[in-house]
Design a protein around this ligand. Structure first.
Ligand SMILES: *[C@@H]1O[C@H](CO)[C@@H](O)[C@H](O)[C@H]1NC(C)=O
Ligand SMILES: *[C@@H]1O[C@H](CO)[C@@H](O)[C@H](O)[C@H]1NC(C)=O
Ligand SMILES: *[C@@H]1O[C@H](CO)[C@@H](O)[C@H](O)[C@H]1NC(C)=O
Ligand SMILES: *[C@@H]1O[C@H](CO)[C@@H](O)[C@H](O)[C@H]1NC(C)=O
Length: 415
C-alpha cells in the first residue's frame, strides 16, 4: 500500500519533492518556485491571447457548449465497475455529495450521444489503441474500461512494476487498449537525491523523443497523445548534447526558458514523428487538462470543494495553462496539415475548456478511504485527476463521436 501511495503521488507533478526531503528545505524550495512562477506569469500574461476554435461547417462546435442537468446519472458506479483505482474511486471513498454525477455535456448546436459500448467494441474488432502521456491517461483509460466492461471484461496482459504502462485485452473483440507512460513525450532523466531547487532532479532532452512510446508506436491503429502538467516541474533542458537552459533555474548562469517554449519544442518533435511516419494510425491529440486548486496549491493546502460546474464565463482558468494549450493547438494544426497530406487522420480532442468548467469533478480529499476531512490534519487534495465516474467519461463520448461516428467536420484541427 505504501508503495502504491508513492506511485500515485508521483503522478502529481512535483510531488516527489514533498514526499521525501525535509519540510524546511521543501518550504524554501516552494517559496522560491512560487516566486519564479510568478515571474513567468508576468511574461506570459503579456502575450496571452485566447484561442478561438475554428467554427465548423455544420455549426456544431463539439468543444463549446454547456453542462446541463442529467437525471439519468452515470453509466457505471463503484458497484458495477471494479476497475476503478482507489485514488479516483470517490464513491467508494465516501464523497458525500453526488450532484457532480448528474451533468451532461451539451455541445453548441448538436448533441453528444451517450457512450455506446457495444458500438465501440464492434467497431474496434481486431484493433488496438494506445494512450500516450501521463497519469491523466491512466484516469481516462479506467473510464473507458468501466464503460466497456459492461459488454466485455478485459484482462491485464502486460504491466510494468509500477503499473504506469499497462495493456488490457478484450478477448471477445480482439481489442487491445494500452496506456504508455511518457509524461514528457521527450526523453527525460531523473536523478534521485538531487531534489532541491539548487539541484533539480530532472533533465529534459528537447530534441530526443522518449523511446518508451516511439518503439511501440507502430503497433497501434489508434493513438491518443497528450502532454501535460509535468512540464511545470523544475528541470534542466538539453539540446544537441548540451545544456541550453532550465526552468526554475538552480543558478544564474543558466537561462530561464519558462515552460511554454520547452513544451512547444517537445510537441513539435513528437508531432513531426507522428505526421511523417510510415505507420499511419488514427491520431488524436488531447489538449491540456486543468487543475482546480483553490485557497492554495497542491502542496500547501489547496482544495477543490465546489460541488457544481462553473457557468460559461465564470472562470477563465490559469493564464499559463492557456499559453500551454495555445502552443498545443498551434503545433498540432501545423503537424496535422502535413499528416493529412501524408494520408493520415489527425484530430484534436479539445477537452480543455469543458473540463475547466468542472471544478466539482476532482477527488479532493476523497482520494483515500477513509477520507481525511480533519482541518487540523495536513491533507493533500487531488484537484487534478478526476473522480470515476465523473466528467472524464465525457472525453470518451467525444472520442466516440470523433473516431467511431467519424463526424469529420468536428474536432478537426483545421479545414
Ligand atoms: C461503493 O460505495 C459505497 C458508498 O461509499 C459503499 O457503501 C460500497 O461498499 C461501495 N461498493 C464497493 C463495491 O466498493
Ligand atoms: C486479432 O487482431 C489482429 C490484428 O490486430 C490479427 O492479426 C489477429 O489475427 C486477430 N486475432 C484473432 C484471434 O482474431
Ligand atoms: C478479425 O480477425 C480475424 C482473424 O484474422 C478475421 O477472421 C476477422 O474477419 C477479423 N474481423 C474483422 C471485423 O476485421
Ligand atoms: C472551501 O474551502 C475553503 C478553504 O478551506 C473554505 O473557506 C470554504 O468555505 C469552503 N467552501 C465550501 C463550499 O465548503
Amino acid at each position: 500500500m505504501a508503495n502504491e501511495e508513492m506511485v500515485d503521488w508521483e503522478a502529481l507533478p512535483g510531488a516527489q519533492g514533498e514526499r521525501n526531503g525535509s519540510t524546511g528545505k521543501q518550504l524554501l524550495k516552494f517559496l522560491a518556485a512560487v516566486l519564479l512562477v510568478g515571474f513567468c506569469f508576468h511574461f506570459l500574461f503579456t502575450e496571452f491571447i485566447l484561442w478561438e476554435p475554428d467554427s465548423t461547417k455544420a455549426g456544431c462546435t463539439l468543444f463549446q457548449g454547456e453542462w446541463i442537468l442529467d437525471n439519468e446519472g452515470p453509466a457505471y458506479t463503484n458497484e458495477t465497475c471494479h476497475f476503478i483505482e482507489p485514488y479516483q474511486n470517490c464513491m467508494r471513498n465516501e464523497r458525500p455529495d453526488t450532484g457532480y454525477l448528474y451533468w451532461r455535456w451539451k455541445p453548441k448546436n448538436c448533441d453528444l450521444a451517450r457512450f455506446d459500448a457495444d458500438k465501440f467494441l464492434n467497431a474496434m474488432r481486431n484493433k488496438s489503441w494506445a494512450l500516450i502521456g501521463d497519469s491523466i491517461f491512466r484516469n481516462h483509460m479506467q473510464s473507458l474500461i468501466c464503460l466497456l466492461s459492461k459488454i466485455d471484461e478485459p484482462v491485464d496482459i502486460y504491466h510494468e512494476m509500477n503499473y504506469k504502462t499497462r495493456t488490457w485485452y478484450f478477448s471477445s473483440y480482439n481489442f487491445t487498449l494500452a496506456v504508455i507512460w511518457a509524461p514528457f513525450l521527450v526523453r527525460y532523466d531523473t536523478f534521485e537525491g538531487h531534489n532541491t531547487l539548487a539541484e533539480p532532479n530532472l533533465e529534459l532532452h528537447l530534441d530526443i523523443l522518449d523511446t518508451k512510446w516511439t518503439t511501440e508506436y507502430h503497433k497501434y491503429d489508434y493513438v491518443v497523445i497528450s502532454g501535460g502538467q509535468w512540464f511545470y516541474k523544475s528541470a534542466i533542458m538539453w539540446e544537441n548534447n548540451r545544456v541550453i537552459g532550465c526552468h526554475n533555474c538552480p543558478d544564474d548562469n543558466l537561462k530561464e526558458l519558462g515552460v511554454t517554449e520547452p513544451y512547444r519544442k517537445a510537441l513539435r518533435l513528437a508531432f513531426h514523428f507522428v505526421s511523417t511516419n510510415d505507420h499511419k494510425p488514427f491520431v488524436v491529440f488531447r489538449t491540456w487538462t486543468p487543475d482546480h486548486f483553490e485557497y492554495g496549491k497542491w502542496y500547501n493546502g489547496g482544495v477543490c470543494n465546489r460541488t457544481q460546474p462553473y457557468k460559461e464565463g465564470e472562470y477563465d482558468g490559469d493564464p499559463t495553462d492557456h499559453a500551454m494549450r495555445r502552443a498545443e493547438i498551434e503545433e498540432f494544426e501545423h503537424a496535422a496539415k502535413i499528416g493529412v497530406k501524408n494520408g493520415m487522420q489527425m484530430k484534436l480532442l479539445d477537452t480543455y475548456h469543458l473540463s475547466l468548467l468542472r471544478p466539482d469533478g476532482h477527488p479532493g480529499p476523497y482520494r483515500t478511504y477513509p477520507p481525511i476531512n480533519d482541518k487540523n490534519k495536513k491533507v493533500q487534495n487531488d484537484c487534478l485527476h478526476w473522480c470515476l465516474p465523473g466528467p472524464i467519461d465525457t472525453w470518451n463520448e467525444l472520442l466516440m463521436k470523433m473516431v467511431i461516428d467519424d463526424d469529420d467536420n468536428l474536432g478537426h484541427a483545421s479545414a
